[in-house]
Design a protein around this ligand. Structure first.
Ligand code: HEC
Ligand code: HEC
Length: 294
């Protein structure tokens, strides 16, 4: 019995040691990357398509991404950080490669894991040039001094380490790639929806490991932030939710104001307001892609 207990303690210690070593943060390596000629207009488009303001808005200025508005999640209350180029409280001292690591690998500059409430599982499908343009746009904003409160999450350090394993399970695949058999517009729509738009983060149910369940993509399900349920995006025309693509575009542009009442609650109101700022061609592309989900 004593031997057995000794072995058990040894195994647990080994396991703990292994966990500690495997999840140790390694600072994001410096990359020699120049953000030459960022296209600020495209950057702004991606800022809207990516819905950054939905989470990163200041509590008292809903159009300034200086952070600090509480975001309630099942693991606790998060305070999305300040994205303006303020040196002390924002991203002023960040380099592009650090922003890229956050967007595409969910890594902080010090190498620790970012909480996937920040939807990097989708953002990692963004084109590098789009990430660079978005960075250029963020750099062009006026710096705002706003120190956001720390997250209210029990055992946050351990959660960040544990996310190493979540990433291994949840981010194995699911990277969006173009489909050469489809039209350019369909591919543009698919890119906006699955990359920056991160529509699946709410509209696709999750597996036991909280990974997006690819087999049930866009089928709807429980809301990730616990706000009721999210509808399926399949068969929007067949189920007579919308007459056609043009009708869906009008819904994205005007939402509730035009009597489209299924785009207001559970965070969709913010998504619709962000989408309404996109060029009409992009909204048509999104509609074409969504309506191909029969
Ligand atoms: C659904 C909410 C949500 C959306 C949408 C969102 N973020 Fe975030 N973001 C967060 C949260 C929460 C964190 C904090 C994560 C953490 O501390 O681990 C965060 C962290 C970040 C960080 C790391 C900053 C730091 O100081 O560590 C960057 C960079 C970032 N977000 C950029 C963006 C950009 C750019 C967009 C739009 C393309 C965006 N986010 C959209 C919630 C969101
Ligand atoms: C924060 C979670 C969230 C995100 C992200 C999100 N949605 Fe939604 N969506 C919802 C919810 C919740 C509803 C239902 C809202 C209501 O009934 O008022 C909804 C409704 C919709 C509807 C209406 C469905 C119907 O039956 O009429 C469409 C279309 C839609 N979303 C498209 C999108 C697209 C496109 C994106 C990405 C650009 C997206 N959603 C991103 C949560 C989300």
């Amino acid at each position: 019995m004593k031997r057995f207990l000794q072995a058990l303690v040894l195994l647990a210690a080994l396991g703990l040691g292994l966990f500690w070593v495997m999840t140790a943060p390694v600072p994001v390596p410096q990359a020699d990357f120049k953000v030459a000629d960022a296209n600020l207009e495209n950057g702004k488009l991606l800022f809207n398509a990516g819905g950054c303001i939905s989470c990163h808005a200041a509590p008292d200025a809903r159009d300034v991404p200086s952070g600090g508005t509480p975001l309630k999640t099942p693991i606790g209350t998060l305070y999305p950080p300040n994205l303006t180029p303020d040196e002390e409280t924002g991203l002023g001292r960040w380099q592009f490669y650090q922003f890229q690591a956050a967007m595409q690998k969910g890594l902080s500059p010090d190498g620790s894991n970012l909480i996937p409430a920040f939807p990097y599982g989708s953002y990692r499908s963004m084109k590098l040039q789009d990430v660079a343009d978005l960075w250029g746009y963020l750099r062009s904003l006026p710096p705002v001094k706003n120190a956001v409160p720390p997250h209210e999450v029990v055992g946050l350090g351990l959660v960040r380490r544990g996310l190493t394993f979540w990433k291994m399970l949840a981010l194995q695949d699911g990277l969006w790639v173009p489909d050469a058999t489809q039209s350019a517009a369909w591919n543009r729509g698919a890119y906006l929806v699955n990359g920056p738009g991160h529509c699946q983060e709410c509209h696709t149910p999750r597996t036991l490991f909280m990974a997006l369940d690819g087999a049930r993509a866009f089928r709807g399900g429980p809301h990730p932030e616990g706000k009721g349920t999210v509808p399926s995006l399949h068969g929007l025309v067949e189920r007579q939710r919308y007459k056609d693509a043009a009708d869906l575009v009008l819904a994205f542009q005007n939402g509730e104001a035009y009597g489209y009442e299924h785009m207001s609650s559970g965070g969709m109101g913010e998504v619709q307001s962000n989408l309404s700022k996109l060029p009409e061609d992009d909204l048509k592309a999104i509609a074409e892609y969504l309506l191909s989900l029969k």
